[in-house]
Design a protein around this ligand. Structure first.
Ligand SMILES: Nc1ncnc2c1ncn2[C@@H]1O[C@H](COP(=O)(O)OP(=O)(O)O)[C@@H](O)[C@H]1O
Ligand SMILES: [Mg+2]
Length: 260
């Protein structure tokens, strides 16, 4: 999972969908690959609009396209984005679809750069702090009362079993719920966007959003600092979230993430 370094072949389906974002008579859309995920799926930044040549007033969308994912679907992601949008900055859904092998999701661009953009890889302390603050803001903003989505340990174990994953017996009993929130569900650092000043500006990739203990997200967000920034930033992120680390909860939810 990374920002593509070399040239990327644009799938025919992606080109077709990107062209549909333009109006008749407009120049060809401009596609920039921004992300390749673990399944081989690609996300493109798509710029369309009459003023493309002069740089004035283009429309910017993100188009995510990839193989059907047994864990979650882009249709599920679209539902969750629509539910969360009134409460917190997440992308507005334009459309989504699938065929027999692939699925896609088109959203309006949010302002900000991913916390793993080269700009923020070069300032990991600032980025880790922003991801922690952003996660706290997300948890504080999303209402648990009317959330129809479940990301509890039970739901995750059921989903894993359906995918044929055998979770070690030691992980089948979760620690008691500390604070129930609406979890992001994939709070890895690339999924937080930062503004120019290094403050959190939004979240993407909400296909697994649902009710769960806040430690489930915080464990993964802090663990992912090491994958993206190297050692030394876990404590920064947890402190920015605003809690004292609970080693047992962190260990449990990291192991559950890695197992499922
Ligand atoms: N609407 C959007 N606005 C801004 N950036 C976006 C948007 N959608 C996706 N991105 C960028 O594309 C990347 C990949 O999108 P994401 O939904 O996280 O795909 P994946 O499920 O493959 O991780 C994100 O990390 C973010 O940088
Ligand atoms: Mg992502």
């Amino acid at each position: 999972m990374s920002i593509p370094a070399g040239p990327v072949r644009v799938p025919a389906q992606v080109l077709r969908l990107a062209r549909e974002l333009g109006a008749p008579g407009e120049p060809e859309p401009h596609l920039t690959p921004v992300w390749r995920n673990g399944l081989g799926g690609l996300t493109f930044r798509v710029t369309t609009g009459k003023q493309l040549a002069t740089g004035n007033g283009p429309r910017v969308h993100f188009l995510k396209h990839g193989p059907l994912d047994p864990e979650t679907s882009m249709a599920q992601e679209a539902k969750r984005l629509a539910w969360a949008a009134p409460h917190t900055p997440v992308p507005r859904v334009v459309s989504h679809g699938k065929d027999t092998t692939h699925e896609w999701l088109i959203t309006e661009a949010l302002d900000g750069l991913s916390a793993v953009d080269p700009r923020w890889l070069a300032a990991p302390e600032t980025a880790a702090r922003a991801v922690g603050q952003g996660l706290r803001a997300l948890h504080d903003a999303l209402p648990t009362e009317n959330c129809p989505f479940d990301w509890s340990v039970h739901a995750r174990l059921t989903n894993a079993a359906q995918r044929g994953i055998d979770v070690p017996p030691a992980l089948r009993d979760a620690p008691p719920i500390d604070r129930l929130v609406v979890c992001h569900g994939d709070a890895c650092v690339p999924n937080t966007l930062l503004d120019d000043a290094g403050h959190p500006s939004g979240h993407v990739d909400l296909g697994a959003l649902g009710l769960g203990d806040f430690w489930a997200d915080l464990a993964v967000a802090s663990m992912s600092t090491e994958w993206n920034y190297g050692p030394g930033y876990e404590a920064t992120l947890i402190e920015a979230y605003g809690v004292e680390p609970d080693r047992e909860q962190l260990a449990y939810y990291r192991a559950l993430w890695n197992a499922t």
